[in-house]
Write a protein that binds this ligand. Sequence first.
Ligand SMILES: *Cc1c(COP(=O)(O)O)cnc(C)c1O
Length: 381
Amino acid sequence: MPGNGNKNFPDKSSMKIPFINLQLQHESIKQEIDSAIQEVLQSSQFIGGLKVQAFERAFANTLGVKHCIGTGNGTDSLYLILKALGIGPGDEVLTPAFSCIATAECITLTGATPVFVDVHPEYYTIDASLAAKKITSKTKAILAVHLYGQVADLVTLKSICENHKLFLVEDCAQAHLSSYNNQLAGTFGIASAFSFYPTKNLGALGDAGCVVTHDDSLAEKVRRLSNHGALQRNDHEYPGINSRLDTLQAAVLFTKLSHLLHWNKQRLEIANQYSAALADLKNITIPKITEQTNHTFHIYGIRAKRRGELRKHLDSKGIDTLIHYPKGLPFTKAYWSKNISESDFPVTASLQNEILSLPIYPGLKTEQINFLTKTLKEFNM
Ligand SMILES: *Cc1c(COP(=O)(O)O)cnc(C)c1O
């Protein structure tokens, strides 16, 4: 975000609030992280090994799934799932129009076609009633995204998938330990992908991800595909790729996993403080949580009618914001085509103009939250 030119001389009423502060997190568990890294350095095993197995087991146990396969990142995790399900050229996969581009790319990478479905006007996850209308004889799967930490309408999606014999795949990159009717996200579909990108609720010190599934044979396929088609050295059953979880990242993630619930709780508390303060502002819409969801607030996204001006105002007071996402997927250069118009995806079209992500992370102080909400209210007067 460009500054206002006065960054060196902030006015007295400002307080620097970065969008995220990972330093705070690292300082709070510095010794644990340092010793995890030292152990890996001493073992000098950097790919695979006991640390990777330990994290995979711990993450699977935390979710209550049978298998967890560490991967290089969340995008690969999604791709590996679709590949392992046999999805490829000629197939269609339904996915939300409003998401991170990874959820469409993974479909394209298999040779299949992403079929975009608009999102729910209040909850911003894939609109299940619209999804049902887009099913054709080519449809193989629904790839649901638990956007911002809010869980998609899994009960409806699951029944649609059962009725039409489709695979339900969950993108949990923003929903570590979110739950739906008290069941954890990632445990509903045939398989689910997680990202441990550094800024996610559970983040590594670089790229990392995993696939979880209850299904034995799918788990084996994903593991093989992620490692040149092999479970052991030179056992190449079919061609795969190289997308493994680094040992160093696994050791760090293992350490951080024990703090995740606590961090999620802090995020929820911050979200509740924001929502309480901003609930009655006109021109601002606070996030709405479905009755079924236990939200983990990877992102706290408000809708603002005069977003551009609001962003500038916040920036002038030292408050960083981001936009997730400035363009719905059908409107990106990567996926746009002449026969797509905003009226095909009206909710996505309005979200891309209005959505604004406020800073939310463990360690954000009450005085910062109060300053932010005060600044936002001033703008709205
Ligand atoms: C971050 C993210 C991904 C991709 O994860 P990477 O680890 O960055 O590849 C996929 N889907 C969603 C919804 C994400 O937020």
